[in-house]
Design a protein around this ligand. Structure first.
Ligand SMILES: [Zn+2]
Length: 394
Protein backbone atom coordinates (compact mmCIF):
# COMPACT_ATOMS: atom_id res chain seq x y z
CA UNK A 1 0.00 0.00 0.00
CA UNK A 2 1.54 3.30 -1.16
CA UNK A 3 1.56 6.15 1.34
CA UNK A 4 2.19 9.88 1.12
CA UNK A 5 3.01 12.25 3.97
CA UNK A 6 2.13 15.94 3.69
CA UNK A 7 4.65 17.27 6.15
CA UNK A 8 5.78 20.54 7.78
CA UNK A 9 2.31 22.09 7.70
CA UNK A 10 2.37 25.43 9.56
CA UNK A 11 -1.40 25.66 9.97
CA UNK A 12 -3.72 22.75 9.19
CA UNK A 13 -7.45 23.37 8.82
CA UNK A 14 -9.15 20.04 9.63
CA UNK A 15 -12.78 21.13 10.22
CA UNK A 16 -12.57 18.43 12.88
CA UNK A 17 -11.06 18.44 16.34
CA UNK A 18 -8.54 21.18 17.04
CA UNK A 19 -8.39 24.85 17.79
CA UNK A 20 -11.47 26.99 17.06
CA UNK A 21 -14.33 26.34 14.63
CA UNK A 22 -11.93 25.21 11.89
CA UNK A 23 -10.25 22.58 14.10
CA UNK A 24 -6.82 24.06 13.46
CA UNK A 25 -3.61 22.16 14.24
CA UNK A 26 -0.18 23.75 14.06
CA UNK A 27 3.13 22.16 13.03
CA UNK A 28 1.14 19.25 11.72
CA UNK A 29 1.36 16.44 9.18
CA UNK A 30 -1.21 14.37 7.26
CA UNK A 31 -0.61 10.75 6.22
CA UNK A 32 -2.48 9.61 3.11
CA UNK A 33 -3.06 5.96 2.18
CA UNK A 34 -5.17 4.71 -0.73
CA UNK A 35 -6.57 8.19 -1.40
CA UNK A 36 -7.80 8.62 2.17
CA UNK A 37 -6.54 10.50 5.21
CA UNK A 38 -5.01 7.79 7.41
CA UNK A 39 -3.50 9.90 10.19
CA UNK A 40 -3.38 13.56 11.32
CA UNK A 41 -1.04 14.76 14.05
CA UNK A 42 2.06 16.70 15.08
CA UNK A 43 4.77 16.73 12.42
CA UNK A 44 7.28 15.65 15.06
CA UNK A 45 5.45 12.33 15.45
CA UNK A 46 4.66 11.72 11.79
CA UNK A 47 4.90 8.09 10.69
CA UNK A 48 7.18 7.03 7.84
CA UNK A 49 5.74 7.12 4.32
CA UNK A 50 6.79 6.12 0.80
CA UNK A 51 6.63 9.70 -0.47
CA UNK A 52 6.60 13.13 1.09
CA UNK A 53 5.21 16.56 0.19
CA UNK A 54 6.95 19.36 2.12
CA UNK A 55 4.42 22.13 2.84
CA UNK A 56 7.29 24.34 4.02
CA UNK A 57 5.37 25.87 6.92
CA UNK A 58 2.41 26.90 4.75
CA UNK A 59 -1.29 26.50 5.51
CA UNK A 60 -3.15 23.38 4.33
CA UNK A 61 -6.91 23.07 4.17
CA UNK A 62 -9.54 20.72 2.75
CA UNK A 63 -10.18 21.28 -0.96
CA UNK A 64 -13.09 23.60 -1.66
CA UNK A 65 -16.49 22.01 -2.21
CA UNK A 66 -18.37 24.05 -4.82
CA UNK A 67 -21.92 22.77 -4.45
CA UNK A 68 -23.57 24.99 -7.11
CA UNK A 69 -22.30 25.37 -10.69
CA UNK A 70 -23.78 25.45 -14.17
CA UNK A 71 -20.97 24.27 -16.44
CA UNK A 72 -22.78 22.67 -19.39
CA UNK A 73 -23.41 25.50 -21.84
CA UNK A 74 -22.14 27.15 -25.02
CA UNK A 75 -21.30 30.75 -25.78
CA UNK A 76 -20.97 33.54 -23.28
CA UNK A 77 -22.93 36.66 -22.30
CA UNK A 78 -20.20 39.23 -21.92
CA UNK A 79 -22.30 41.80 -23.82
CA UNK A 80 -25.21 41.28 -21.40
CA UNK A 81 -22.80 41.83 -18.51
CA UNK A 82 -21.54 45.04 -20.06
CA UNK A 83 -25.12 46.26 -20.60
CA UNK A 84 -25.99 45.47 -16.98
CA UNK A 85 -22.93 47.34 -15.74
CA UNK A 86 -24.22 50.26 -17.84
CA UNK A 87 -27.42 50.28 -15.81
CA UNK A 88 -29.79 47.52 -17.00
CA UNK A 89 -31.37 45.26 -14.37
CA UNK A 90 -31.15 41.42 -14.48
CA UNK A 91 -34.54 39.76 -14.92
CA UNK A 92 -33.61 36.17 -15.75
CA UNK A 93 -34.46 36.33 -19.47
CA UNK A 94 -30.85 35.93 -20.58
CA UNK A 95 -30.95 32.19 -19.77
CA UNK A 96 -32.83 31.67 -23.06
CA UNK A 97 -29.87 33.12 -24.99
CA UNK A 98 -27.63 30.42 -23.57
CA UNK A 99 -30.28 27.75 -24.22
CA UNK A 100 -30.19 28.58 -27.93
CA UNK A 101 -26.39 28.38 -28.08
CA UNK A 102 -26.30 25.17 -26.05
CA UNK A 103 -28.84 23.36 -28.24
CA UNK A 104 -26.80 24.31 -31.31
CA UNK A 105 -23.49 23.08 -29.85
CA UNK A 106 -21.93 19.66 -30.43
CA UNK A 107 -21.28 17.22 -27.58
CA UNK A 108 -17.56 17.87 -27.95
CA UNK A 109 -17.99 21.63 -27.64
CA UNK A 110 -20.02 21.20 -24.44
CA UNK A 111 -17.52 18.67 -23.10
CA UNK A 112 -14.61 21.02 -23.78
CA UNK A 113 -16.31 23.83 -21.84
CA UNK A 114 -17.03 21.59 -18.84
CA UNK A 115 -13.43 20.39 -18.78
CA UNK A 116 -12.01 23.88 -19.18
CA UNK A 117 -14.07 25.27 -16.29
CA UNK A 118 -13.50 22.23 -14.09
CA UNK A 119 -9.74 22.58 -14.69
CA UNK A 120 -9.89 26.28 -13.89
CA UNK A 121 -11.67 25.53 -10.60
CA UNK A 122 -9.24 22.76 -9.69
CA UNK A 123 -6.30 25.12 -10.08
CA UNK A 124 -8.09 27.42 -7.61
CA UNK A 125 -8.45 24.65 -5.06
CA UNK A 126 -11.87 23.17 -5.83
CA UNK A 127 -11.76 19.40 -5.38
CA UNK A 128 -15.52 18.70 -5.59
CA UNK A 129 -17.80 20.55 -8.00
CA UNK A 130 -21.51 20.00 -8.47
CA UNK A 131 -22.65 20.41 -12.09
CA UNK A 132 -26.20 21.21 -13.21
CA UNK A 133 -27.96 20.81 -16.53
CA UNK A 134 -30.53 23.46 -17.41
CA UNK A 135 -29.48 25.00 -20.72
CA UNK A 136 -30.89 22.21 -22.90
CA UNK A 137 -34.57 22.19 -21.86
CA UNK A 138 -35.48 19.42 -24.30
CA UNK A 139 -35.50 15.73 -23.41
CA UNK A 140 -32.45 15.02 -25.58
CA UNK A 141 -30.50 18.15 -24.60
CA UNK A 142 -31.05 17.74 -20.85
CA UNK A 143 -30.05 14.06 -21.04
CA UNK A 144 -26.85 14.80 -22.96
CA UNK A 145 -25.99 17.72 -20.66
CA UNK A 146 -26.15 15.38 -17.66
CA UNK A 147 -24.31 12.59 -19.47
CA UNK A 148 -21.46 15.03 -20.17
CA UNK A 149 -21.56 16.42 -16.61
CA UNK A 150 -21.34 12.90 -15.18
CA UNK A 151 -18.04 12.36 -17.02
CA UNK A 152 -16.53 14.99 -14.71
CA UNK A 153 -18.49 14.84 -11.43
CA UNK A 154 -20.59 12.43 -9.39
CA UNK A 155 -22.55 15.43 -8.08
CA UNK A 156 -24.86 16.04 -11.04
CA UNK A 157 -28.15 17.90 -10.89
CA UNK A 158 -31.13 17.82 -13.25
CA UNK A 159 -32.30 21.42 -13.73
CA UNK A 160 -34.81 21.00 -16.55
CA UNK A 161 -36.89 23.54 -14.60
CA UNK A 162 -34.37 26.35 -15.01
CA UNK A 163 -36.73 28.49 -17.09
CA UNK A 164 -39.76 27.74 -19.29
CA UNK A 165 -38.30 27.58 -22.82
CA UNK A 166 -39.68 29.97 -25.43
CA UNK A 167 -41.62 27.26 -27.29
CA UNK A 168 -43.65 26.56 -24.11
CA UNK A 169 -44.06 30.21 -23.04
CA UNK A 170 -47.85 30.10 -23.44
CA UNK A 171 -48.34 26.69 -21.84
CA UNK A 172 -46.12 26.28 -18.78
CA UNK A 173 -48.31 23.44 -17.45
CA UNK A 174 -47.37 21.41 -20.51
CA UNK A 175 -43.68 22.11 -19.89
CA UNK A 176 -43.98 20.96 -16.27
CA UNK A 177 -45.58 17.77 -17.60
CA UNK A 178 -42.63 17.27 -19.94
CA UNK A 179 -40.11 17.84 -17.13
CA UNK A 180 -41.86 15.38 -14.79
CA UNK A 181 -42.39 12.80 -17.54
CA UNK A 182 -40.01 11.98 -20.38
CA UNK A 183 -37.35 14.54 -19.46
CA UNK A 184 -36.97 13.23 -15.90
CA UNK A 185 -36.95 9.65 -17.19
CA UNK A 186 -34.09 10.48 -19.59
CA UNK A 187 -32.18 12.58 -17.04
CA UNK A 188 -32.47 10.49 -13.88
CA UNK A 189 -29.92 7.79 -14.84
CA UNK A 190 -27.22 10.51 -15.02
CA UNK A 191 -28.34 12.68 -12.09
CA UNK A 192 -28.05 12.55 -8.30
CA UNK A 193 -30.12 15.68 -7.61
CA UNK A 194 -33.10 17.64 -8.92
CA UNK A 195 -33.30 21.43 -8.76
CA UNK A 196 -35.89 24.08 -9.69
CA UNK A 197 -35.53 27.83 -10.23
CA UNK A 198 -38.46 28.85 -7.99
CA UNK A 199 -38.77 32.56 -8.69
CA UNK A 200 -41.12 35.07 -10.25
CA UNK A 201 -40.54 34.76 -14.02
CA UNK A 202 -39.37 31.13 -13.70
CA UNK A 203 -41.46 28.49 -11.82
CA UNK A 204 -44.15 29.25 -9.24
CA UNK A 205 -44.41 27.29 -6.00
CA UNK A 206 -47.01 24.81 -7.25
CA UNK A 207 -45.02 23.93 -10.34
CA UNK A 208 -41.82 23.78 -8.31
CA UNK A 209 -43.38 21.45 -5.72
CA UNK A 210 -44.73 19.15 -8.43
CA UNK A 211 -41.37 18.92 -10.20
CA UNK A 212 -39.35 18.34 -7.03
CA UNK A 213 -41.81 15.69 -5.84
CA UNK A 214 -41.47 13.83 -9.16
CA UNK A 215 -37.70 13.96 -8.83
CA UNK A 216 -37.84 12.64 -5.27
CA UNK A 217 -40.07 9.79 -6.41
CA UNK A 218 -37.42 8.96 -9.04
CA UNK A 219 -34.78 8.76 -6.28
CA UNK A 220 -33.15 12.16 -6.71
CA UNK A 221 -32.21 14.45 -3.81
CA UNK A 222 -33.72 17.94 -3.70
CA UNK A 223 -32.07 21.35 -4.11
CA UNK A 224 -33.82 24.65 -4.88
CA UNK A 225 -32.85 28.00 -6.42
CA UNK A 226 -34.81 30.19 -4.03
CA UNK A 227 -35.33 33.80 -2.96
CA UNK A 228 -32.68 35.25 -5.28
CA UNK A 229 -34.45 38.12 -7.00
CA UNK A 230 -37.07 38.84 -4.33
CA UNK A 231 -39.00 37.36 -1.41
CA UNK A 232 -40.87 34.15 -2.22
CA UNK A 233 -41.92 30.67 -1.13
CA UNK A 234 -38.85 28.78 -2.42
CA UNK A 235 -36.94 28.49 0.85
CA UNK A 236 -39.91 27.17 2.80
CA UNK A 237 -40.76 24.77 -0.03
CA UNK A 238 -37.20 23.42 0.17
CA UNK A 239 -37.46 22.93 3.92
CA UNK A 240 -40.88 21.28 3.52
CA UNK A 241 -39.42 18.76 1.06
CA UNK A 242 -36.25 18.10 3.08
CA UNK A 243 -33.95 19.73 0.51
CA UNK A 244 -30.22 19.30 1.10
CA UNK A 245 -29.80 22.96 0.21
CA UNK A 246 -31.70 26.09 -0.73
CA UNK A 247 -29.49 28.30 -2.85
CA UNK A 248 -29.15 32.09 -3.15
CA UNK A 249 -31.25 33.07 -0.05
CA UNK A 250 -30.77 36.75 -0.79
CA UNK A 251 -34.26 37.86 0.29
CA UNK A 252 -35.33 36.05 3.48
CA UNK A 253 -38.25 36.70 5.82
CA UNK A 254 -38.17 35.91 9.53
CA UNK A 255 -40.29 32.83 8.77
CA UNK A 256 -37.73 31.66 6.18
CA UNK A 257 -34.96 32.10 8.75
CA UNK A 258 -36.89 30.17 11.39
CA UNK A 259 -37.65 27.35 8.96
CA UNK A 260 -33.97 26.98 8.03
CA UNK A 261 -32.77 27.25 11.64
CA UNK A 262 -35.25 24.54 12.61
CA UNK A 263 -33.47 22.03 10.34
CA UNK A 264 -29.96 22.73 11.61
CA UNK A 265 -28.25 19.85 13.36
CA UNK A 266 -24.64 19.63 14.41
CA UNK A 267 -24.49 15.85 14.32
CA UNK A 268 -24.47 15.65 10.53
CA UNK A 269 -27.59 13.48 10.67
CA UNK A 270 -28.52 14.41 7.11
CA UNK A 271 -31.70 16.33 7.87
CA UNK A 272 -30.25 19.82 7.63
CA UNK A 273 -31.31 22.17 4.86
CA UNK A 274 -28.22 24.27 4.17
CA UNK A 275 -28.47 27.89 3.04
CA UNK A 276 -26.01 28.12 0.13
CA UNK A 277 -24.96 31.68 -0.59
CA UNK A 278 -23.67 32.64 -4.05
CA UNK A 279 -22.03 36.06 -3.76
CA UNK A 280 -20.62 35.88 -7.29
CA UNK A 281 -24.19 36.40 -8.53
CA UNK A 282 -24.72 39.56 -6.49
CA UNK A 283 -21.29 40.79 -7.56
CA UNK A 284 -22.00 40.21 -11.26
CA UNK A 285 -25.51 41.65 -11.16
CA UNK A 286 -24.55 44.54 -8.87
CA UNK A 287 -27.25 43.50 -6.39
CA UNK A 288 -27.41 43.59 -2.58
CA UNK A 289 -25.64 40.62 -0.98
CA UNK A 290 -27.39 38.05 1.21
CA UNK A 291 -27.12 38.68 4.94
CA UNK A 292 -24.89 35.82 6.03
CA UNK A 293 -24.47 37.29 9.49
CA UNK A 294 -28.21 37.05 10.18
CA UNK A 295 -28.28 33.41 9.01
CA UNK A 296 -25.26 32.42 11.09
CA UNK A 297 -26.55 34.17 14.20
CA UNK A 298 -29.85 32.28 13.80
CA UNK A 299 -27.93 28.98 13.79
CA UNK A 300 -28.47 28.17 10.09
CA UNK A 301 -25.84 26.01 8.36
CA UNK A 302 -24.30 28.16 5.61
CA UNK A 303 -22.36 27.11 2.50
CA UNK A 304 -20.62 29.22 -0.13
CA UNK A 305 -20.54 28.30 -3.82
CA UNK A 306 -19.68 30.01 -7.10
CA UNK A 307 -22.92 29.63 -9.13
CA UNK A 308 -20.50 29.50 -12.07
CA UNK A 309 -22.64 30.25 -15.15
CA UNK A 310 -22.25 32.43 -18.24
CA UNK A 311 -24.99 34.90 -17.35
CA UNK A 312 -24.91 36.03 -13.75
CA UNK A 313 -21.71 34.70 -12.15
CA UNK A 314 -19.00 33.72 -14.58
CA UNK A 315 -16.42 32.85 -11.93
CA UNK A 316 -15.10 29.44 -10.97
CA UNK A 317 -13.12 30.84 -8.03
CA UNK A 318 -14.01 29.76 -4.51
CA UNK A 319 -11.27 32.01 -3.02
CA UNK A 320 -13.02 34.95 -4.69
CA UNK A 321 -16.32 33.92 -3.08
CA UNK A 322 -14.63 33.58 0.31
CA UNK A 323 -13.23 37.10 -0.03
CA UNK A 324 -16.64 38.51 -1.03
CA UNK A 325 -18.36 36.74 1.86
CA UNK A 326 -15.95 38.25 4.35
CA UNK A 327 -15.91 41.75 2.90
CA UNK A 328 -19.56 42.08 1.87
CA UNK A 329 -21.65 39.59 3.85
CA UNK A 330 -20.48 39.90 7.44
CA UNK A 331 -18.74 36.54 7.67
CA UNK A 332 -15.48 36.08 9.55
CA UNK A 333 -12.65 34.50 7.54
CA UNK A 334 -13.08 31.29 9.57
CA UNK A 335 -16.83 31.16 8.88
CA UNK A 336 -16.27 31.73 5.18
CA UNK A 337 -13.59 29.05 4.86
CA UNK A 338 -15.78 26.57 6.78
CA UNK A 339 -18.72 27.41 4.51
CA UNK A 340 -16.58 26.90 1.38
CA UNK A 341 -15.35 23.47 2.54
CA UNK A 342 -17.38 21.67 5.22
CA UNK A 343 -20.47 23.77 4.44
CA UNK A 344 -20.39 22.74 0.79
CA UNK A 345 -20.03 19.12 1.86
CA UNK A 346 -23.13 19.43 4.06
CA UNK A 347 -24.99 20.99 1.13
CA UNK A 348 -24.20 17.82 -0.82
CA UNK A 349 -24.92 15.58 2.22
CA UNK A 350 -21.36 14.27 2.13
CA UNK A 351 -19.29 13.51 5.25
CA UNK A 352 -16.20 12.22 3.40
CA UNK A 353 -15.17 15.61 1.95
CA UNK A 354 -14.71 19.13 3.35
CA UNK A 355 -12.79 17.73 6.33
CA UNK A 356 -9.27 16.44 6.91
CA UNK A 357 -9.84 13.76 9.51
CA UNK A 358 -8.98 10.04 9.39
CA UNK A 359 -11.16 8.27 6.83
CA UNK A 360 -11.93 11.39 4.76
CA UNK A 361 -11.01 11.65 1.10
CA UNK A 362 -7.51 13.08 0.75
CA UNK A 363 -8.66 16.20 -1.12
CA UNK A 364 -6.51 19.04 0.12
CA UNK A 365 -4.96 22.33 -0.81
CA UNK A 366 -1.53 23.72 0.08
CA UNK A 367 -1.62 27.52 0.15
CA UNK A 368 1.13 29.90 -0.81
CA UNK A 369 0.49 31.56 2.55
CA UNK A 370 1.01 30.85 6.25
CA UNK A 371 -2.70 31.01 7.15
CA UNK A 372 -6.18 30.49 5.70
CA UNK A 373 -6.78 34.14 6.66
CA UNK A 374 -4.88 35.16 3.54
CA UNK A 375 -7.72 33.84 1.32
CA UNK A 376 -9.78 36.89 2.31
CA UNK A 377 -6.90 39.16 3.29
CA UNK A 378 -5.22 38.90 -0.14
CA UNK A 379 -8.15 38.88 -2.59
CA UNK A 380 -7.46 38.22 -6.24
CA UNK A 381 -4.04 36.73 -5.56
CA UNK A 382 -3.34 33.15 -6.75
CA UNK A 383 -2.62 31.53 -3.38
CA UNK A 384 -3.19 27.88 -4.32
CA UNK A 385 0.28 26.32 -4.46
CA UNK A 386 -0.71 22.66 -4.78
CA UNK A 387 -3.88 20.58 -4.94
CA UNK A 388 -4.14 16.90 -3.96
CA UNK A 389 -7.18 15.12 -5.36
CA UNK A 390 -7.94 11.73 -3.83
CA UNK A 391 -4.36 11.81 -2.51
CA UNK A 392 -2.83 12.47 -5.93
CA UNK A 393 -0.86 15.71 -6.49
CA UNK A 394 -2.39 17.52 -9.50
ZN1 LIG B 1 -27.63 28.70 -10.11
Amino acid sequence: MSSLLVDTIGELVTNGTGEGPLGIRRKAAVLIEEGRVAWVGPAAYAPAADRRVDAGGAAVLPGFVDSHAHLVFAGDRAAEFAARMAGERYTGGGIRTTVGATRAASDDELRATVRRLRGEALRQGTTTMEIKSGYGLTVADEARSLRIAAETSTETTFLGAHVVPAEYADRPDDYVGLVCGPMLAAAAPHAKWIDVFCERGAFDVDHARAILACGQAAGLGVRVHANQLGPGPGVQLGVELGAASVDHCTHLSDADMAALAGTARDDGSGTTTVATLLPGAEFSTRSPYPDARRLLDAGVTVALATDCNPGTSYTSSMPFCVALAVREMGMTPAEAVWAATAGGARALRRDDIGVLTPGARADLVVLDAPSYLHLAYRPGVPLIRQVLLNGVPQ
